[in-house]
Design a protein around this ligand. Structure first.
Ligand code: AMP
Length: 393
C-alpha cells in the first residue's frame, strides 16, 4: 500500500511517501521554519539529489499543500496515495492503539493537546487539511504514547495526591513508542526465540529506553512529557523536581523560562558548552576539552543506570538494542555505555561495534551474557504498517 506519513513538529513538518510492500521510499522531506522567516522545504524524490524549495510557510496547512504539489510534480497523483498516517506525540488516554481518523478521534487529539501543545495542535491542523483536500483518502492517527499505555500501574502512577493526578490526567505517558515498537519487532524478526527481555535504547537528540518483555512493555524512561529520563541533546532528563520551584523562587525565572531552559538549553549542550550534537562533543573530548569529556561520561553514567532500571522492571534482560542517531552511528558512545554495564554481563566486540550497516546486527562479544545489537529504527515504516493494517480492515 502507498502511504504518506506526516510528522508535524512545532515549526517543522516531515513527510515520507512509501510502499509498505516493497518498503520503497518514493519521496521524503522536511518543511522547516514554519511560521518563521526563511522557511523552506528540503526533499528528495526517487532517491534523487536533495532539492530545496524556498517558499513562505506561514502555517502547517500551507506546508501540507506544498507537499502535495511536490508529490504531484514528481508524478505521484493523489489517487496513488492509499492512506495517510499521522504521527501524534501525545495520545493521552484515548489512544492505547492507533486509530482511523473520524470527527471523534480528531477531537481527542485536540482534547489531549495541552499535554503536548507544540505537536498535537499542529498535527490536528494537518489532519484537518488532509481530510478537506482529499476526502476519499483514509487517515490514521499513530500516537507515540500508545506503546506505553499498558505498562503496569506501579510503573505509570506518580506518587502525588490522587485527586490532583486524576483531575489533571497526570501519569507517565512516555514517548518514542512507535520507535520502540519497531525496534522490538525488528529485533524479534532478527533473533527469533533468542529474545525475550529487551532493553530498547533509542538514543537520538531525544533519548529514551523501553523495557520490553515478549513484545509487552513494562516500563519506559520518559514521563508525563519527553523531558524525563536520560540526558538528551538539549533536555536535562531526570533532576530533583524541587529544582523547578527553586529556580522560580530563588532564581527569579518565570515558569516559561524554566521550561525553555530544561527543554532547549540543557542536556549535552549545557554540559559540553559546545553543541547538542554528539559528533561535536566527541571531537571536543578528543581534543582534550574537559567539559565535552564530562558530558560524555555523564551520558554513559545515566544511560547505563537507566538500562539497569529497565532490566530491573523485567527482573533481568537478555538483549539490548542501540538505535536512533547516536545509537546507530556512534561507536564511541555505544562502547562508553556498554563499559559501564560490564558488571551486568554486557561485553562488546570492538571490531563488530565498528561495522556500519542499515540492517540489524550483533555487536556483542561471543562470550557476552547479554546480546547487544544495533537496530536501525524506522518510525515512518511502523506508522505506514499501522495505516495498512487499519485501512485494509
Ligand atoms: P536523531 O534525533 O535520531 O536524528 O539523532 C540525532 C543525533 O544523532 C545528532 O544530534 C547526533 O548527536 C547523533 N548522530 C548522528 N549521526 C552521528 C554519527 N555519525 N556519529 C555520532 N553521532 C551521530
Amino acid at each position: 500500500m502507498n502511504v504518506l506519513v506526516i510528522n508535524a513538529g512545532s515549526s517543522s513538518l516531515k513527510f515520507q511517501l512509501l510502499d509498505t510492500t516493497t518498503r520503497k521510499v518514493y519521496a521524503k522531506g522536511n518543511c522547516e521554519r514554519i511560521g518563521i522567516d526563511g522557511s523552506f522545504i528540503g526533499y528528495n524524490v526517487n532517491d534523487g539529489d536533495k532539492q530545496k524549495l524556498e517558499v513562505a510557510l506561514p502555517d502547517h496547512k500551507t506546508a501540507v499543500k506544498h507537499v502535495f504539489d511536490i508529490l504531484a510534480e514528481a508524478g505521484f497523483d493523489t489517487d496513488k496515495i492509499e492512506g495517510i498516517g499521522h504521527r501524534v506525540v501525545q495520545g493521552g488516554w484515548y489512544f492505547p492503539e492507533s486509530k482511523v481518523v473520524t470527527d471523534e478521534t480528531l477531537g481527542w487529539v485536540r482534547e489531549v493537546a495541552p499535554l503536548a501543545p507544540l505537536h498535537n495542535y499542529a498535527e490536528a491542523d494537518v489532519i484537518e487539511i488532509c481530510r478537506e483536500m482529499f476526502p476519499s483518502i483514509g487517515n490514521v492517527i499513530v500516537a507515540d504514547s500508545s506503546f506505553h499505555y499498558n505498562i503496569p500501574e506501579k510503573a505509570w502512577r506518580y506518587a502525588l495526591p490522587r485527586d490532583v493526578v486524576d483531575k489533571l490526567h497526570i501519569r507517565k505517558y512516555g514517548a518514542h513508542g512507535t520507535s520502540h515498537r519497531y525496534i522490538w519487532r525488528s529485533t524479534k524478526a532478527f533473533l527469533g526465540d533468542d529474545v525475550h527481555k529487551l532493553v530498547s535504547c533509542h538514543l537520538g537528540s531525544g533519548a529514551s529506553l523501553s523495557a520490553i518483555e515478549d513484545g509487552h512493555e513494562l516500563d519506559t524512561t520518559m514521563g508525563l512529557t519527553p523531558l524525563d529520563g536520560l540526558i538528551m541533546g538539549t533536555r536535562c532528563g531526570t533532576i530533583d523536581p524541587a529544582t523547578v520551584c527553586y529556580l522560580v523562587r530563588e532564581g527569579g525565572y518565570t515558569i516559561d523560562e524554566v521550561d525553555t531552559m530544561m527543554n532547549k538549553q540543557s542536556g549535552l549542550l549545557a554540559l559540553s558548552g559546545v553543541s547538542s550534537d554528539s559528533r561535536d562533543i566527541e571531537e571536543g573530548a578528543n581534543k582534550g576539552d574537559a567539559n565535552c569529556q564530562m558530558a560524555m561520561d555523564m551520558f554513559y553514567y545515566r544511560t547505563s543506570q537507566l538500562v539497569a532500571e529497565m532490566a530491573q522492571s523485567m527482573h533481568g534482560f537478555d538483549t539490548m538494542a542501540f538505535s536512533a542517531g547516536i545509537g546507530e552511528n556512534s561507536v564511541t558512545m555505544r562502547m562508553g555505555v556498554a563499559k559501564e554495564l560490564e558488571w551486568l554481563g554486557v561485553k562488546l566486540d570492538p571490531e563488530k561495534n565498528k561495522v556500519r550497516s542499515d540492517e540489524p546486527r550483533v555487536i556483542s562479544a561471543d562470550d557476552s551474557k547479554i546480546k547487544v545489537l544495533v537496530v536501525p529504527t524506522n518510525e515512518e515504516l511502523m506508522i505506514a504498517l499501522d495505516v495498512e493494517a487499519l485501512l485494509s480492515k
